[in-house]
Design a protein around this ligand. Structure first.
Ligand SMILES: [Zn+2]
Length: 194
């Protein structure tokens, strides 16, 4: 069950509220976080995205680059693609997008091309973000579509999903490196006997 409206607004964080986030947008971000969590279990970098119109989810997706081998398989791009297909129209100006991580340059370009109405994202991406961190593509005055961007909804939990995923992956890789460099049980037994 979803938390009560006021609890959801508290979770959004003050900056996101000042920027115009509502309880519905926070609820959609929680849904995107669930999708991200499921993606992590499949070994994908945990990012989730929901395209919605009012209270109705039009499409939802998570990162699927590992499963598909598709370099463009980012959650929000896949969700926008599905939304356009579902509606039989590429123009999504009456829709909002909630995504757990700041969109990259590719996805920010797609947001402009899809004419997404409003963009909400969770954690900033200082290495590749194109909605405020490295670039601010959807706010570029040279483009003909500039959707409002609300940054930092549930930023901490969204960021934690990613940092804990990468920490776990580093641990697993270190463990498998260690296993492959240490002598096998058989070899060490024979060494002991000798
Ligand atoms: Zn992207």
């Amino acid at each position: 069950m979803r938390p009560a409206r006021h609890a959801m607004l508290r979770m959004a964080g003050p900056a996101a509220l000042r920027a115009g986030a509502r309880a519905n947008d926070v609820g959609m971000m929680l849904r995107a976080m669930t999708l991200a969590r499921h993606a992590a279990r499949r070994g994908e970098v945990p990012v989730g995205a929901v395209v919605y119109r009012g209270r109705t989810i039009v499409s939802e997706q998570a990162n699927d680059r590992e499963a598909t081998g598709d370099p463009t398989g980012h959650a929000e791009l896949a969700a926008m693609r599905d939304a356009g297909r579902a509606r039989g129209a590429w123009r999504l100006s009456d829709c909002s997008l909630a995504v757990t991580l700041e969109p990259c340059a590719m996805c920010a370009g797609a947001i402009v091309n899809a004419r997404i109405g409003r963009v909400f994202f969770g954690a900033h991406d200082p290495k590749a973000g194109a909605c405020g961190s490295l670039w601010t593509i959807p706010a570029d005055g040279r483009l003909n579509h500039r959707p409002p961007i609300v940054a930092g909804i549930l930023a901490r939990p969204c960021g934690r999903q990613l940092t804990s995923f990468f920490a776990r992956r580093r641990q697993e890789r270190a463990a498998s490196r260690e296993a492959s460099t240490s002598p096998s049980p058989k070899a060490s037994r024979s060494t002991t006997v000798a």
